[in-house]
Design a protein around this ligand. Structure first.
Ligand code: CA
Ligand code: CA
Length: 441
């Protein structure tokens, strides 16, 4: 077992326990143990995550639960020991992720390929043969032996690449901290902080064909880079989310549809609530931020309250964010979509109450301001002080002029009060370019 070295220069203490676990203890007795990024908490009035009890993550962790990890096995050990049950480990813990962790790896840090997860006779070739629309038709979702095998194979990969995080946890990247090939599942928990991490290419080896999705069918995948599922008090700050070297544009077409191996970058669903997402970079990705996954989801009513501020959506296609149900405050964000596949920025869905204020949109000449909003069955949003290429722009007016049969009203019906850091919209491009993302803390 390889023992990682502490990343903090002063007061480092390696205990026998840590050696045994392959973990380096980075906090030491004395004042140094209570300072530093790992102990930071979300500030007062800094978005919905600061409401009620606030978000303190693992800041109360003792020295034995303040560790640096460099492999998947060390990360799982630090989160409690067993990935499938770590979601219920509520011990306060601060975990520094140092360098790149390949989540597609076994307990000896050996890389696992898609073939290593395949079971019950699944092969892509056999799957494609079984559900070819010419054979299977387009009326029903796949079922049968190859679909069962795909599902079983996907679940084996999920146990490796979806890392379950329990309550009262802070995860911070240091020295280029990066999770590659998967992400974090924050499910049925409270009080989690994720900062300064790059979360890259959470690719699903086993996309599912759904001929009933859209007019032409779609390939859909399972993993979000960070999934907040019935989680409360979460602060996601200064992270970089990217498809990295595995861009969608390089994927093949099957049945004339893109073989989509990615899902969301930060998706917030199933009654999740009280979330602040600040100073993140969401880039080179299709479906970035889903808030609410169903039009008929009573558990989301009164929940899905999220603040997005000072984030950078760079070359993303859609969902920045797409909202159902929630009161979602979107202020001081920088949007820089690129020509080609851009669809929309703000998705106004059923029962959504988006407040979009003082954001800056840098648009190429072939993307009109009218495309910044898409109406997914919503009724209204608040749009104020937004700049498009430096000019004050009425986003709702532009949308309604282009979409007279599905207009949106002005006024989300609530006024955000939890804003600790408000910048002039004109300052947002340079401020966010300079300071957002991993490696800037
Ligand atoms: Ca998702
Ligand atoms: Ca693009």
């Amino acid at each position: 077992m390889r023992v990682s070295r502490s990343i903090r220069p002063a007061g480092t203490l390696l205990t026998a326990t840590a050696l045994c676990l392959g973990l380096a203890v980075v906090s030491a007795p004395g004042a140094a143990a209570t300072t530093g990024t790992g102990h930071a908490v979300l500030g007062a009035k800094d978005g919905w995550g600061s409401a009620t009890t606030g978000t303190t993550g693992g800041s109360r962790a003792d020295a034995a639960h303040t560790v640096t990890v460099r492999t998947r096995a060390q990360l799982v050990a630090a989160l409690g020991g067993t990935n499938s049950t770590n979601g219920s480990n509520a011990t306060p813990k601060i975990i520094y992720v140092a360098g790149t962790i390949d989540l597609n790896s076994d307990d000896s840090a050996r890389h696992l390929s898609c073939e290593d997860y395949s079971t019950d006779g699944y092969t892509l070739a056999a799957y494609l043969a079984a559900y070819d629309p010419a054979v299977w038709g387009t009326a029903a979702v796949p079922s049968g032996a190859q679909e069962d095998a795909r599902d079983a194979s996907q679940k084996i990969q999920a146990d490796k690449v979806q890392i379950n995080v329990g309550s009262n946890t802070t995860i911070v990247g240091v020295h280029g901290g990066r999770l590659l090939g998967g992400g974090l599942m924050v499910k049925n928990v409270d009080n989690v902080i994720i900062r300064n991490l790059t979360v890259e290419d959470a690719a699903d080896c086993f996309p599912q064909w759904d001929p009933t999705d859209g007019a032409t069918g779609n390939w859909n995948s399972e993993y979000d880079a960070v999934a907040l599922y019935n989680a409360t008090h979460v602060w996601v700050d200064h992270n970089t989310f990217t498809d990295g070297a595995n861009q969608d544009s390089a994927q093949p077409l099957y049945y004339d549809r893109p073989y989509q191996v990615h899902d969301g970058q930060l998706d917030i669903t199933k009654g999740a609530d009280l979330v602040t997402a600040s100073w993140n970079v969401f880039k080179d990705h299709d479906k970035t931020n889903l808030v609410g996954s169903s039009n008929n989801s009573p558990v989301d009513s009164g929940h899905l309250r999220v603040t997005f501020h000072h984030n950078f959506w760079q070359n993303t296609v859609q969902r920045s964010p797409r909202v159902r149900y929630g009161q979602v405050d979107v202020y001081n964000n920088y949007y820089a979509p690129e020509s080609g596949d851009f669809e929309y920025a703000l998705g106004v869905g059923k029962f959504s109450q988006i407040v979009a204020e003082a954001n800056y949109f840098r648009l190429p000449s072939d993307i009109a301001a009218a495309k910044l909003i898409y109406n997914w069955g919503g009724t209204a949003l608040t749009d104020s002080g937004n700049l498009v290429n430096g000019r004050a722009t009425d986003l709702i007016g532009a949308f309604n002029a282009a979409n007279p049969t599905t207009p949106l009203a002005a006024g989300a019906g609530w006024t955000p009060t939890l804003r600790a850091q408000v910048s002039p919209a004109r300052a947002v491009p340079w401020l966010v370019s300079a300071l957002a993302g991993a490696g800037r803390l």
